[in-house]
Design a protein around this ligand. Sequence first.
Ligand SMILES: Cc1cc2nc3c(=O)[nH]c(=O)nc-3n(C[C@H](O)[C@H](O)[C@H](O)COP(=O)(O)O)c2cc1C
Length: 207
Amino acid sequence: MKLLEIQTSVRQDRSVTRTLASKFIYQWQAYHPKAQHYLRDLGAQPPALITNDWVAANLTPASDQTDETRALLATSDTLIAELFASDRLVLGVPMYNFGIPAHLKAYFDQIIRVGHTVDYNRDTQTFEGRLTDKKAIIISSRAGKYTPETPESAMDFCVPYLQFILSFLGIQDVEYVEVPYQGMGDDQQQKATEASIARLMELAKTW
Ligand SMILES: Cc1cc2nc3c(=O)[nH]c(=O)nc-3n(C[C@H](O)[C@H](O)[C@H](O)COP(=O)(O)O)c2cc1C
C-alpha cells in the first residue's frame, strides 16, 4: 500500500493542513504498518506553469515526440507516474482567496492529460478518468467556515472544485475534513481544530 501526501500550503512549521495531515498519517500507519508514505510538497516546490510549447508537446503523438518535447513533458510524466503508483491520497489544501492554492492548480494542469490520466469517449462525448482505484482525503483549513449545505458554502470554490477534479480523474471515494476558524487564536479555533482531529482519528481506523 502506498500513500501519497500532497501538501499545498506555502507555510511549513505553522501550517494547519500539514500538522493535521501528519497526525492523520501517523495514526493511519498504526493500522497499516507496512504502508509506504511519500510526500509531494507543492507548497515548497510548485510545478512550473504550463506554456505554449508544453501544450504543443502534449498534443504531439507518441510517434512524433522528440528529445525536446519529451523534456518539456518530463515533470508531468514524473508526477503522473507517482499518482498511478499510489493507492491513497491525502491532500492538504488551505483555502486561498476562496479557491485552491495556485500551486495545486499548476499541478492539475501538469497531470490532467488526455490519453494519460483521462480518456475522451467519442461515442458518449464524455471524459473518463483513469485513476479509478484510488481513495482520497481532503483536509482543508480556512479562516472562515464554509460547511457544505450552509449559505456560506456558496463562497467555497476550493473544495467543490477539488471534488470535481478528483472525480474527473476517476477518484470517486473522497472524504472531506473541513478545518474552519483557523488564525483567530481563540476558543472557537481550538474547538474546531479538536473536532477536525477527532474526525481524522476516526477516519484513520477505517480508511
Ligand atoms: C494567501 C491566503 C489567502 C487566504 N484566503 C482565505 C479565504 O479566502 N478564506 C478563508 O476563510 N481563509 C483564507 N485564508 C486563511 C487560510 O485558509 C488559513 O490560514 C489556513 O489555515 C492556511 O492553511 P495552513 O495553515 O495549512 O497554511 C487565506 C490565507 C492565505 C495565506
